[in-house]
Design a protein around this ligand. Sequence first.
Ligand code: AMP
Length: 398
Amino acid sequence: VQILVVNTGSSTVKFSLVDSTSEQVQIAGQVDWSDHPAQMQVRCGSEHYSGKYAVNSPREAVQLALGQLDENPVLKARCSAVAAVGHRVVHGGTLFQAGVRITDEVKRGLKQLCDLAPLHNPINLEGIEAAQHAWPGIPQVAVFDTAFHATLPAAARTFGLPQQWSEEWGLRRYGFHGLSHAYCTDRASTMLGRRDLRLVICHLGQGCSLSAVRNGVCVDTSMGFTPLDGLVMGTRSGSVDPGLLIHAMRHHRLSADDLDRILNRESGLLGLSGLSNDMRQLQEAADAGNQRAGLSIEVFLHRLRQTIGATAAVLGGIDALVFTAGIGENSVPIRRRACEGLEFLGLHLDQAANERCRPDADIATKESPGRILVLRTHEDLTIVRETVRVLRAEGQPG
Ligand code: AMP
């Protein structure tokens, strides 16, 4: 069967039609309304369609995308066996720890979770409702970015805060990027031919997170209650001393809204360099002698290596270190520098293999006890697999 994957964001909707058996992407498209008019692009084999439309909301964008699949004869002919729509939903809280068929009750649950992810969940829900409206006869499934981390043991998910904060207020580590970490876990196990592995997965894109996986089960992750925690990212700060935030509020009169904006959008590589949140530009600038660009890369790498080391301690060693997402898949120097000094963990980088790497690839030396993998992440496939699992659990062909 086919699964239509829908990822509804604040200024783009990405969608893809995937054959669940071959896992081949048959149609891939995007509606982007960050500019007016909105732009839609759809690719189907060698065919390519694009156009400009008046779209102003996630709801209209999903309507447009699904309308296109209904109306364009070539696309319609390809959508012959759609069994379900699988939606990416950022936050499942403690309510949803695996994919779930969307019912009215599930939607009420998703509404409750909007407080936990105010920037994402309401938009995801809008996408779900638009798809239900456009394709009322097709089952809709929600797949969560937090679900892969639902297995975190209490010691890893609990912050050193008063009980009331965690138990009554729900302030705990949830973790994010779970669709990517789950995909990489499966892919690494397939490549290495075993599941009994201690994996450290570094998802390094605009957002960055790292997770610790033992025997296929996530046991720790660097993002926390929100995606702000952990590694230094494109525009997010990653972990900072919480006392520093109190100080900034008191002495520099920053409000909660100021902190929200600065920590999420004006920090990280962008804030450090004053130049860019794009690692490629920073590397060019650093090579040309820009010291702030150089420092921003050093800070990024320091935190990354530190977190890999901490995660190795959690797992008691590393069988494979995985790099994925924009920076992880593409940056030869960041992978090289990140692995410097990790030989004590049994991770020996093959410099030449790193240089010529085309993911998916193993870039450790032959003799290295631990493997170093570069994997092209495929979050859509986690959505497809999870949607099929939900359909099968209901006795439907998936
Ligand atoms: P993602 O969020 O996974 O799409 O990753 C996007 C980020 O990957 C960009 O902001 C860049 O910083 C980074 N990136 C992509 N290609 C490269 C590259 N060749 N070298 C370094 N960074 C890259």
